[in-house]
Design a protein around this ligand. Structure first.
Ligand SMILES: [Zn+2]
Length: 255
């Protein structure tokens, strides 16, 4: 049986996600921005929390861990490089490690840049990826602890996943990201198509997440720093892609 997911908003614009294995009943919360919305989601679904899979140490991804762990005695899985900065970690994981949620299996991708130890959880069989604050729909996380070159390499890893992989990110920023992306690639038809789709979703009060890697490759300027037209658009034709990425990220920070 395939994995089930349940997406909900937390805090101001964070996403919480539950991942459920119908075969065993195991359920993971991907990050834990705050306890109450996770509890509400568990109530709504009738699922029992077995695991918390943490992408990075920021408080808006970890603030709910102590309360949830106390109530559910769940296992906390977290990046090795940030385990000391995350509460109550049971298992610290690195690149290529496997993590099971019941019968579902994730492979760890280290995706540093936003934070120095940030990881993503990829479930190849279910074609799902939980990418925290590394990749957003039509955007990416701020490069806070790493370098632009490091972040570009992390984005390349995610870009290498199969096109149909569904991407769950940590925040609902899609509309603002599209507004910015159209300043880089105003004539990108796939970006304009995503813009129209997102306007409809927002008008219907629906989430714009998940998207797919295929959609992001076609329309997300941060995954397109090695496309000649994109380099040209920011005045860096012929320069290494990570430099083009750094320029796009700097422009977004100022926007
Ligand atoms: Zn963060």
């Amino acid at each position: 049986m395939s994995a089930q997911t349940h997406l909900f908003l937390c805090l101001k614009d964070n996403y919480g996600v539950l991942l459920h294995d119908p075969e065993t009943g195991a359920t993971a919360s991907i990050d834990a921005p705050e306890a109450a919305p996770v509890e509400a989601a568990l109530q709504a679904t009738g699922w029992r929390l077995s695991d918390i899979l943490v992408t990075h140490h920021h408080h808006d991804h970890t603030g709910g861990i102590p309360e949830l762990k106390q109530r559910h005695r769940c296992r906390v899985v977290a990046p090795h490089g940030e385990a000391a900065r995350i509460p109550l970690v049971d298992v610290a994981v690195r690149e290529s490690d496997k993590v099971r949620v019941g019968s579902l299996e994730a492979r760890i991708l280290e995706t540093p840049g936003h934070t120095s130890g940030h990881i993503s959880y990829v479930f190849p069989t279910d074609k799902l990826a939980f990418v925290g604050d590394t990749l957003f729909s039509i955007g990416c996380g701020r490069v806070i602890e790493g370098t632009p070159e490091m972040m570009w390499q992390s984005l390349l890893k995610l870009r290498g996943l199969p096109d149909e992989t569904r991407i769950y990110c940590g925040h609902e920023y899609t509309r603002a990201n599209i507004r910015f992306a159209t300043t880089i690639e105003p004539d990108n038809a796939m970006l304009r198509a995503r813009e129209a789709e997102v306007e409809k979703l927002v008008a219907a009060h629906k989430p714009t997440v998940p998207s797919t890697i295929g959609q992001e490759k076609a329309a997300n300027p941060f995954l397109r720093a090695d496309v000649p037209e994109v380099a040209n658009a920011v005045g860096l034709a012929g320069r290494p892609p990570w430099q083009v990425f750094a320029e796009i990220r700097a422009r977004k920070n100022r926007s």
